[in-house]
Design a protein around this ligand. Structure first.
Ligand code: AMP
Ligand code: ZN
Length: 466
């Protein structure tokens, strides 16, 4: 049984999708006005973990991540550089997608851009107006939160703060400030506005996600994710817009990740305490270590970012990969029953951990426990080729979720394999002169041999470090 913590009910619940075997998953994506920082990537890596885990658990996942390419910040950025909004946001969208790939994230099935869904947003705003949830004021259209009695159900916001008729004009507003928010803003400038049935203007930020999620996933869908800062007002507003328009429950499971912190403060652009992925790579760190660092703390626990933690993550990733490669060294035939049992034990711990609200620490403990046992067997020479293959299969399987293995297939050429066989025969024949000659030849090709009582292991030393 899979259980996820649902922000809406504030407890762990059994996960059951609307359609058997299929999960509709919506992720609030980036506002493409600048490079994303690794705080943002904590949210996206958590969502990648969720996506991959659901697939591992046998579900087909239909995932949507929006690209906010029109809002106050993108417009201000384009103005500042004197270029079109499209030119400006295309640049940051491309960088974002590259960074996602560098962090080995799965690409969502749909990456809808807000500017390509204006009609859907207009239609939704019209529905809200027809039902009396929205009103016009000086050219703009606002959502009247007083009309939606369950406003606040996701965030538990204190509604005694509600200010009927008080409006907020900007896309982002202060926490605890419960005001009517803009669904549609009057805007005359050509490049950033559209001629629509609502007049010339542009959408507010919140309506983008309601319109795009429902377009691709239907009026009710399974999981909606984001960082905890999205709960209020963004997700609260999405619920108000969608449920008022459709009369249906919008989302069944709301999942939010805790923040990435720096000195116990949220990493954020406005505080200036942020690192981009590119900053970190420039410093010489392996992006896979960043992925591991962001992944290896439970998504609902705050994670304090330090360079020391990054160095540790890098070491773990390095050792993990070295371990994976060391499994190629076994040549002894036969298999070892204990190892089979240990693999099963590790697999159970791994899957049970993730099924419990993505408990990654427990899942990883399964893998590291197995590594310990296998390392002992390796050093004692009791790990057989068959066992090694099964351990590798298990690590390949778990890597469909973790994605931290650096698999550059290291293979021997046919000629090298032939030499290795000849040398094995020479050793059997106790012809040590020939066996030594072959060792030297392989050595000069960067292949290091280790003779063990169970056969010869080989290792290819690559020219580049690692
Ligand atoms: P924004 O560009 O501010 O809308 O953020 C994009 C995504 O990153 C949202 O899902 C936020 O919740 C998330 N996010 C922003 N800062 C952090 C942080 N320091 N830690 C974790 N997630 C964050
Ligand atoms: Zn959103």
């Amino acid at each position: 049984m899979i259980r996820f913590y649902n922000t809406m009910t504030r407890k762990k619940e059994e996960f059951k999708p609307i359609k058997e075997g299929l999960v509709g998953l919506y992720t609030c994506g980036p506002t493409v006005y600048d490079l994303a920082h690794i705080g943002n990537f904590r949210a996206y890596v958590f969502e990648d973990l969720l996506h991959r885990y659901l697939e591992y658990a046998g579900y087909k996942v239909l995932r949507v991540m929006n690209i906010t390419d029109v809002d106050d910040k993108t417009i201000a950025g384009a103005h500042k550089e004197g270029i079109s909004l499209k030119e400006y946001t295309d640049r940051y969208t491309e960088i974002f997608l590259e960074d996602m790939e560098t962090l080995r994230m799965k690409k969502p099935d749909y990456l809808p851009r807000a500017t390509e869904h204006i009609q859907e947003m207009v239609a939704l705003v019209k529905r809200l107006m027809e039902k009396g949830y929205a009103y016009e004021k000086e050219g703009a259209i606002y959502y009247s939160i007083a009309k939606f009695p369950s406003y606040g159900k996701l965030s538990g916001i204190d509604l005694s703060n509600i200010k009927p008729g008080a409006r907020v004009e900007v896309d982002e507003y202060a926490k605890e400030d419960v005001r009517d928010f803009a669904l549609w803003k009057e805007e005359k400038e050509e490049d950033v506005s559209w001629d629509t049935e609502l007049g010339r203007g542009r959408p507010g930020w919140h309506i983008e996600c309601s319109a795009m999620s429902m377009k691709y996933l239907g009026e009710s869908f399974d999981i909606h994710t984001g960082g905890v800062d999205n709960i209020f007002p963004h997700h609260e507003n999405e619920i108000a817009q969608s449920e008022a328009a459709t009369g249906k429950k919008f989302v069944n499971y709301w999942m939010h990740c805790a923040h990435l912190l720096v000195n116990n403060e949220k990493m954020s652009k406005s505080k200036g305490n942020f690192y981009t992925l590119r900053d970190i790579i420039k410093k010489g760190y392996n992006p896979v270590a960043v992925r591991y660092l962001l992944l290896s703390t439970h998504y609902r626990d705050p994670l304090n970012f330090t360079e020391k933690a990054l160095v540790q993550a890098e070491n773990t990733v390095k050792h993990y990969n070295a371990f994976y490669q060391s499994l190629d060294f076994c040549t002894g035939a036969d298999s070892n029953k204990t190892i089979k049992e240990e693999i099963q034990k590790a697999r159970d711990t791994f899957t049970q951990g993730l099924a419990d609200d993505l408990n990654i620490s427990s899942a990883l403990a399964g893998i590291f426990g197995l590594m310990k046992v296998v390392n002992i067997a390796l050093s004692q020479g009791t790990l057989m080729q068959e066992d090694a293959r099964e351990v590798k299969n298990f690590l390949d399987e778990t890597d469909s979720i973790l994605s931290i293995l650096e698999k550059e297939e290291i293979k021997l050429s046919e000629e090298e394999q032939k030499l290795l066989k000849e040398r094995e025969q020479a050793r059997k024949d106790k012809n040590f002169k020939i066996s030594d000659e072959i060792r030297k030849r392989l050595n000069s090709a960067g292949i290091i041999l280790e003779d063990t009582p169970y056969g010869t292991r080989w290792k290819k030393v690559k020219s580049k470090e690692g």
